[in-house]
Design a binder for this molecule. Structure first.
Ligand code: DGY
Length: 321
């Protein structure tokens, strides 16, 4: 019997990642790529040493309480860790890791796509062309918002926020941001710091959200804060759905307070509130921020590096609990 650690693998992962798992561990794969509910997940963890979940596997305190004694590490295949109750894991002495850095470029690309898709009415245009309903061209046809030279605001100027700001500079945008701790001037690269979210919002023609979902950021962008944005602003969310009050956002899109929104994440995804489907000025993507083959491999290798370090008796590089 091999003494390689048993790893429960949350979802179907890229071939190279599963290959390394099969070489170095005794993985329990998920070839059908099903989302496992809590009871099945707990059952699968019987006798396992580790689990490698994605953000689609939820590990709240009640699930963590039922994980077997043998399970020592949750090596997430994600940078976000809001699907795991970190305090409960810590209480049980279970180490938790994530996969920062490796998805910043891919997510920044999607944030820029969301900005442009929203500003230039990409959903509407795409639908019109595919439906064979594009009848004529005129100067008044499908006029959108130009982002070049406008102000780009970032809430959560961490890794993804900084890369996204850098990409926005390519459109000559002026960068504004807020963050608990101000960046040093090299990292700021000329970005204008605002101490609070409320201070920042009036300076954002485009607001891009990059903060984690925590109890403190739940519904951060509520009706009051949306009202602080300039009229005709654009909201981009590639972070987590929980940080936006969706009813307030829809109201702001319907009244035209916001010109548009570009969203890659939602509350209760993939069960998006169908009211979004009726809102023309929402550009909607299905949580694909990190969905490139390069990044999917890199996320897996980073999660594996964390597992390797842990089982070699060291400290995993990306320990979050
Ligand atoms: C992440 O890594 O947090 C992405 O949202 C995909 O799960």
């Amino acid at each position: 019997m091999s003494d390689k650690p048993v790893v429960v693998v949350g979802r179907k992962l890229p071939e190279a990642v599963e290959g390394r798992l099969a070489r170095d561990y005794r993985p329990k794969f998920n070839p059908e790529d099903r989302v496992r509910e809590a009871a099945e997940l707990i059952d699968l963890c019987t006798g396992a040493d580790a689990i490698m979940p994605c953000h689609s596997e939820h590990l709240p305190a009640e699930v963590i309480a039922k994980l077997p004694e043998s399970l020592k590490i949750i090596a997430n295949y994600s940078v976000g860790v809001d699907h795991v109750d970190l305090a409960a894991a810590k209480d049980r002495g279970i180490v938790v890791t994530n996969t920062p850095d490796v998805l910043s470029d891919a997510t920044a690309e999607i944030a820029i796509l969301c900005m442009l898709g929203a500003a230039r009415r990409a959903s509407e245009g795409n639908r019109l062309v595919r439906a064979g309903q594009w009848k004529s061209w005129s100067p008044a046809f499908m006029v959108g918002t130009q982002v070049t030279g406008k102000r780009f605001g970032v809430i959560g100027m961490g890794r993804v926020g900084q890369v996204t700001a850098q990409r926005a500079r390519g459109f000559d945008m002026e960068i504004h941001y807020t963050k608990r701790r101000r960046l040093d001037s090299a990292q700021e690269a000329g970005a204008i710091y605002h101490q609070t979210v409320e201070d920042l919002l009036p300076h954002c023609d485009v607001l891009s959200l990059h903060c984690p979902a925590t109890p403190e950021t739940l519904d951060l962008m509520n009706a009051e804060r949306l009202a602080l944005l300039p009229d005709g602003a654009i909201l981009v969310n590639t972070a987590r759905g929980a940080i936006v009050d969706q009813a307030a956002l829809m109201a702001a899109l319907r009244t035209g307070k916001l010109a548009a929104a570009g969203l890659d994440v939602y509350k209760d995804e993939p069960h998006i509130d169908p009211a979004f489907f009726e809102i023309e000025n929402a550009f909607l993507l299905p949580h694909i921020g990190s969905a490139t083959s390069e990044t999917r491999d890199a996320m897996g290798f980073r999660a594996l590096d964390n597992l390797d370090a842990f089982f070699a008796g060291g400290e995993p590089r990306d320990r979050v609990a």
